[in-house]
Design a protein around this ligand. Structure first.
Ligand code: AHM
Ligand code: MG
Length: 358
């Protein structure tokens, strides 16, 4: 081989390596073990990948098939209008896991109570928590949406079927990640050993490793927030947005789908915020299905996730569908938002209490 040939040969080798690393192989490599738990995690990720492929297939043809777009006319447990795609994707996860022998129940944003694997099906040791279609307002206009997932080991008892044992902090997650249905379908996951991204190769029907050990930049230019809520926020969040308006180097990006916004921030840095509003002090995003899984992932990439006063992973939900304010992304940018909140809280505390004599 000549010197001139060598770089080409290396490139070729690199391409070949990429083509060969499938999701299930990657999980086993990460755990460096063929233990029962490693096999389970690999199988769980494989099932999530299958659900993602089924949902991606429906999304790519949504404008051509009947009953894929639009609303069902129902509202979910959160009082939000349910889309046909929400129902479809929710059911896909159930169907894919029902006979898997991997989970004992699935809890989703779309179901008031978890779905328990029936007794005539093999029952597994894990619980899957998920948001089947995140950002579903984007579905009807063919923009990006996502799915978010989290895996927890079944530990407590759930004898009365109310899943109170799931009311634990985010450190209990074994794995978490998301699927982004964009120009390509990507699956990004962590099992507590870094963050890795896979791209669906439709010709193979396989998710192939595309970025390994992703590290979020310490700081980035993007701030991602729905500024339509400006007058409903607390003064601290308004002050933060005034700060980024007045300083060079910031740019706003907001897609209406959390997964897409987080994906951008994971690779390019910045911060995503969904703060509380006057009407909804807890904000909009659900702890168990959205905030905690994404916090797990972003922390694994070197980022931070906070309610403004507490780390998201430390929050213990009071109920299954509890919401939290979410500030997530590059550590410096999250810290900046927190500093406005802390300053505001300090001012509130130190404000003299006026009595009727004053
Ligand atoms: P959904 O899971 O019901 O779609 O709601 C979550 C979505 C997020 O993806 C997104 O960041 C947010 O809601 C957008 O909400 P808003 O329209 O209030 O900005
Ligand atoms: Mg969502």
């Amino acid at each position: 081989m000549t010197e001139v040939d060598q770089p080409l040969a290396l490139d070729h080798q690199h391409a070949l390596d990429r083509d060969c690393t499938t999701l299930s192989r990657h999980v086993l490599q990460q755990l460096q073990s063929f233990s029962a738990e490693a096999q389970d995690l690999s199988a769980l990720m494989n099932r999530i990948a299958l659900a993602a492929k089924l949902i991606a297939r429906r999304l790519t043809r949504a404008g051509l098939v009947e009953d894929a777009l639009g609303f069902t006319g129902r509202t979910n447990v959160q009082g939000e209008s349910v889309k046909k795609m929400d129902v479809y994707a929710n059911q896909v996860f159930i169907s894919v896991f029902e006979q898997s022998g991997l989970v004992c129940r699935l809890a989703s944003e779309e179901m008031e109570q978890p779905y328990y694997i029936p007794e005539n099906c093999p029952i597994g040791r894990y619980t899957l928590l998920y948001d089947p279609i995140d950002g579903s307002s984007n579905v009807d206009i063919n923009l990006n949406v996502g799915s978010i997932f989290s895996i927890r080991r079944q530990e407590g008892n759930d004898l009365d079927g109310t899943a109170q044992d799931l009311l634990q902090n985010g450190h209990q997650q074994l794995a978490a990640g998301y699927v982004l249905y964009g120009p390509s379908t990507m699956l990004v996951y962590s099992i507590g050993r870094g963050v890795h991204a896979f791209t669906l190769d439709p010709s193979l029907g396989e998710f192939i490793l595309s970025s390994e050990n992703i590290r979020i930049p310490e700081h980035g230019p993007v701030y991602s927030v729905n500024e339509g809520n400006f007058w409903q926020w607390e003064e601290s969040i308004r002050d933060y947005t005034r700060y980024v308006h007045r300083h060079e180097g910031y740019t706003a990006r907001y897609s209406g789908a959390l997964v897409g916004d987080i994906h951008r921030i994971l690779f390019q840095g910045g911060v995503f915020l969904y703060p509380g509003t006057i009407k909804k002090p807890e904000g909009k995003l659900r702890l168990l299905y959205e905030s905690a899984p994404l916090a797990f992932l972003i922390e694994q990439a070197g980022g931070s996730a906070s309610t403004g006063t507490q780390k998201i992973l430390d929050v213990i939900p009071e109920k299954l569908h509890a919401r939290t304010p979410l500030i997530i992304g590059s550590p410096e940018d999250v810290a900046l938002v927190e500093s406005f909140i802390q300053e505001h809280n300090r001012e509130q505390r130190d404000r003299p209490i006026l009595t009727s004599k004053d």
